[in-house]
Write a protein that binds this ligand. Structure first.
Ligand code: AMP
Ligand code: MG
Length: 494
């Protein structure tokens, strides 16, 4: 199967006209595809090696479309840093078409496709740096099993784009079953377009959640599902140290996917109130704020749905958010700590306190979040491995807090039915050895800017299967940035 044989059924265009504007992509010169993702290709029922590069390049240059595509910019609004902004929409990306695949619909969205009626003051362009960061994020999140948009490919072009500095232009061919956002519903609520809101919800139900079409109250089933998926998504972010950093409601997916990667980062040295976004001085979207912001955003969505769903019932469904998030988080953390038995806090030590004390330990010693879990997999409840673990965490072996925690952990392990070897295998399957570290992404970006895309491919391969070590890899892939290294500066400008 090749790109030209994709079948499109552009359902978004059957929604009322106010939902979108028809816009053709701008053509960029000297476009060159840097990498094609096997994972993205598989989502289109294709093999990345057999994709026609010329055809892909023409598509990503904005020069040609595939048969059946009909590009549009989607209209939406949203709350940005707590303030409603009615002027949003696809400002630099276009939905080129909705492909029908074996698994269902798949949006092909070209990010960096030029200006649209929603560009406001923006130039409609994407730079290579952010395009590579978004490309790698899709791979890393998929590798970890966290719901996300992905991408088929990333391409550099010959444009020079002005940001904090002049940067090479780029396009990203993003894939998602849908780009429907909380902000789509907010916009219809603010405009008092109840019928259009119904049309949107029916579209989403028929195409993405057909099982709800037969429910007694289909819209409620859809909202309850959005609550549950958002709770599970944010639980996974917290368990894996992911900071989205711009959780505005226009960046929240109605399907519960991680959407719109900007100044995101994976937490490295553990610091819960940290955000990688230098423009978020108040820390609104810091790591430890994410669960609360998820609820805030869902509350805005619930408010927007009041023309269609009874307020008390919306409240009842929102009440499910926190327990769902807590329980998924606890389950993920149990797995990451190598525990199978579930123990509540009547038990000593219970899951919650064991997890909290572990995180406290990492925080106190500024240990690397990811390597710490991986190292714990090698722990064998003896003096030798206590010493090795302390070393890996960069904590003195005689540290009292570490000793106390390991005593508790030993007691928990004694109640487990599986042995150390089985525990290690299970832990290695959920604790990645390859992590999308910002400084590594930056190295890959700098190499690509200088004309070498081999490191990009290499990193992408590792992130897509992050749990098993590739033969021959040296330490460079695993070390956190030196504590003295200046942080890579990330902002919303992309
Ligand atoms: P973001 O924070 O990346 O989710 O973007 C917020 C809004 O600004 C969205 O409506 C984007 O489409 C728009 N936007 C961001 N960057 C640009 C740009 N360079 N040109 C036009 N619109 C942009
Ligand atoms: Mg956005």
């Amino acid at each position: 199967m090749n790109l030209n044989s994709l079948q499109f059924d552009n359902a978004w265009m059957r929604l009322p006209e106010a939902f979108y504007s028809r816009v053709s992509p701008t053509t960029w010169r000297d476009t060159r595809v840097l990498d094609v993702s096997p994972l993205g290709a598989a989502q289109l029922d294709m093999d990345s090696d057999s994709i026609d590069r010329e055809c892909l390049e023409a598509l990503m240059a904005g020069r040609e479309l595939l048969p059946g595509m009909a590009p549009i910019a989607q209209k939406y609004t949203g709350h940005q840093f707590g303030t409603y902004n009615p002027a949003l929409g696809d400002g630099r990306g276009l939905l080129l078409g909705e492909a029908m695949t074996i698994q269902g619909a798949m949006d092909l969205h070209l990010k960096g496709a030029g200006q649209t009626p929603y560009s406001r003051f923006g130039d409609g362009r994407a730079v290579l740096r952010s395009s590579i960061r978004e490309y790698l994020a899709g791979e890393a999140m998929s590798g970890l099993g966290i719901p996300t948009t992905t991408a088929l490919a990333v391409a550099i072009n010959g444009e020079r784009v002005m940001r904090e500095r002049v940067e090479p232009g780029a396009t990203l061919l993003r894939l998602s079953p849908s780009h429907a956002r909380f902000g789509h519903v907010e916009w219809l609520y603010q405009r008092r377009k109840t019928e259009d809101m119904q049309a949107l919800l029916w579209h989403l139900i028929h195409r993405h959640r057909p099982e709800f079409a037969e429910a007694e109250r289909p819209f409620e089933a859809f909202f309850a599902d959005a609550v549950e998926r958002t709770a599970n998504l944010i639980a996974a972010w917290q368990a894996y140290g992911f900071v989205h950093a711009v959780m505005n409601t226009d960046n929240m997916s109605l399907l519960g996917l991680t959407l719109d990667y900007g100044p995101y980062a994976f937490m490295e040295r553990y610091k819960p109130d940290w955000t990688p976004n230098h423009t978020d001085a108040g820390g609104r979207y810091a790591f430890d704020q994410q669960p609360g912001v998820g609820l805030w955003n869902l509350t805005v969505l619930a408010q927007s749905l009041t023309p269609l769903i009874d307020v008390e019932r919306l409240r009842g469904m929102l009440d499910e958010y926190e327990p769902t998030l807590q329980s998924t988080y606890a389950q993920l953390m149990r797995a990451r700590l190598g525990l199978t038995a579930k123990k509540d806090d009547d038990h000593s030590p219970g899951d919650a306190s064991l997890t909290a004390a572990w995180l406290k330990l990492l925080e106190q010693h500024q240990a690397d979040f990811h390597n710490a879990f991986r190292a714990l997999g090698n722990y064998r409840s003896d003096a030798d491995s206590r010493w090795q673990l302390a070393n890996a965490l960069e904590i003195a072996p005689e540290d009292k807090a570490l000793e106390t925690w390991l005593d508790d952990y030993d007691r928990r392990l004694q109640q487990e039915s599986r042995g150390a070897e089985a525990r290690k295998l299970a832990m290695d399957a959920v604790n990645p050895c390859y992590v999308l570290r910002t400084h590594l992404a930056q190295e890959v970006i700098e190499a690509a800017e200088a004309g070498d895309s081999a490191p990009l491919r290499c990193f992408r391969e590792r992130l897509a299967s992050p749990f098993s070590r590739h033969v021959g890899d040296g330490d460079d892939w695993f070390l956190p940035p030196a504590i003295t290294a200046p942080p890579v500066c990330l902002s919303c400008s992309s």
